[in-house]
Design a protein around this ligand. Structure first.
Ligand SMILES: Cc1ncc(C[n+]2csc(CCOP(=O)(O)OP(=O)(O)O)c2C)c(N)n1
Length: 328
């Protein structure tokens, strides 16, 4: 692997932090919703979309980011937000609906917004793409040298916003990279039932921009492809479209019976868990020993616990603050 060791270690640490965060959110989400699943009950009422398995798509871009770059993500946003370095304490507090959260506890897990770093996401599918185009337009006009990244699912790639965003970004040569996280299912709908071609990256040619397919759910492959696309955008050569074949290890939302995916599909998917695979590869290539990986886990688990403790110790917003920070 012709990649600086510091970048490999950083990607591994970030993958561990993301996975642990998702595991702990999952535990606490269910803690008081069972035995009969009650979506409105508990510490985190409402839906929860977790990204365990999709860590490579998020960490691969991380070493190439510059301060001031903007990212938009989706209703499944935690991995990307963590990889960009969004404050974990404030993010956890937002998920638990607390006053100390990124949005003072009013946005919840699908509506995480941060100014520094510049991150946003939305429960509206396809919403982030035009927003990233707008950010890229501002960067170009101001000559900041920054770029925008837009993450979206393969289901969202069939929205009109996808085509409109690619067209304008290509026409105006904007510094933006579109990243399709293809986890093969949009809720319960397999990609082959919604999309006429197997790879969204092929759609790039319709807009005269590069389209690159990353067939492996592997941080190193993502690192290389994202590095080239981000450099290209930063140089002023315009946008790219990347499609990464990834795996959503858990249900579409927590509580999803996930009966639309066969046992065989799920077994194969779990056998290729990217965190396990990357850990093994780092041992084999002499980058990080098992003992070093165990030490990383201990450190990252403590970071996640501290964020959750911060959130749970924080107050809920006061009822009289209900209309503060509401703009529409
Ligand atoms: C505009 C809009 N239409 C429909 C929905 C309902 N919805 C929520 S998630 C989802 C599927 C998204 O699939 P994909 O884009 O592949 O992302 P994934 O869930 O696989 O990460 C849909 C249709 C929505 N939130 N917004």
């Amino acid at each position: 692997m012709d990649i600086p060791k510091a970048h490999l270690v950083d990607m591994y640490e970030t993958m561990v932090r993301i996975r642990r965060f998702e595991e702990r959110i999952r535990e606490l989400y269910f803690a008081d919703k069972l035995p009969a699943f009650d979506i409105a009950a508990g510490l985190i009422p409402g839906e929860m979309h977790l990204a365990a398995g999709q860590e490579p798509v998020a960490v691969g871009m991380r070493p190439h980011l510059h301060p001031g770059d903007a990212i938009t993500a989706t209703h499944r946003p935690h991995h990307v937000a963590i990889a960009q370095g969004v404050d974990l304490n404030k993010m956890a507090a937002e998920i638990f609906g607390r006053e100390t959260g990124l949005g003072h506890g009013k946005g919840g897990h699908m509506h995480l917004f941060s100014v520094e770093p510049n991150f946003g996401c939305s429960g509206i599918i396809g919403e982030g793409m035009p927003v990233a185009v707008g950010a890229a337009m501002a960067f170009k006009a101001r000559g900041t040298g920054n770029i925008a990244l837009s993450y979206f699912g393969e289901g969202a790639a069939n929205q009109g916003a996808f085509h409109e965003s690619l067209n304008l970004a290509a026409l105006w040569k904007l510094p933006v990279v579109f990243i399709c996280e293809d986890n093969a299912y949009a809720i319960s709908v397999p990609k082959a039932s919604s999309t006429a071609i197997p790879d969204n990256s092929d759609r790039a040619s319709a807009y005269g921009i590069p389209g690159v397919l990353v067939p492996e759910n592997d941080p190193v492959a993502v690192y290389e492809v994202m590095g080239a696309a981000m450099d290209r955008a930063r140089r002023g050569d315009g946008p790219s479209l990347i499609e990464i074949k990834t795996d959503r290890l858990w249900g579409h939302f927590e509580g999803d019976a996930d009966a639309y995916r066969s046992d065989e599909f799920k077994e194969d998917m779990n056998d290729r868990d990217p965190l396990v695979a990357f850990g093994k590869r780092l041992v084999e290539e002499g980058v990080l020993s098992e003992a070093e990986q165990a030490a990383i886990k201990e450190k990252e688990y403590a970071t996640v616990e501290a964020a959750i403790a911060f959130a749970l110790a924080s107050p809920y917003p006061a009822p009289e603050a209900a209309l503060n920070h509401v703009f529409a």
